[in-house]
Design a protein around this ligand. Structure first.
Ligand SMILES: Nc1nc2c(ncn2[C@@H]2O[C@H](COP(=O)(O)OP(=O)(O)OP(=O)(O)O)[C@@H](O)[C@H]2O)c(=O)[nH]1
Ligand SMILES: [Mg+2]
Length: 40
């Protein structure tokens, strides 16, 4: 049985650390200078 691609959606108030978490999870590094994500 082949694995299906999956999508994860992060929803939350601005500035709670969604993008930071994703970047840390994907690249194993914390980025302090992230801009606010708008409409991406
Ligand atoms: N000290 C500390 N700061 C954090 C942590 N996670 C995120 N931050 C900081 O909090 C700020 C906002 O983080 P983002 O990851 O941009 O938050 P976001 O939820 O993606 O915000 P939006 O894109 O505006 O919705 C940034 O300045 C981060 O550096 C953490 O675990 N510890
Ligand atoms: Mg963001």
């Amino acid at each position: 049985m082949s694995a299906l691609p999956s999508v994860m959606v992060f929803v939350g108030n601005s500035g709670v650390g969604k993008s930071s978490f994703i970047h840390r999870f994907c690249y194993d590094r914390f980025l302090a200078e992230l801009n606010a994500t708008i409409g991406k």
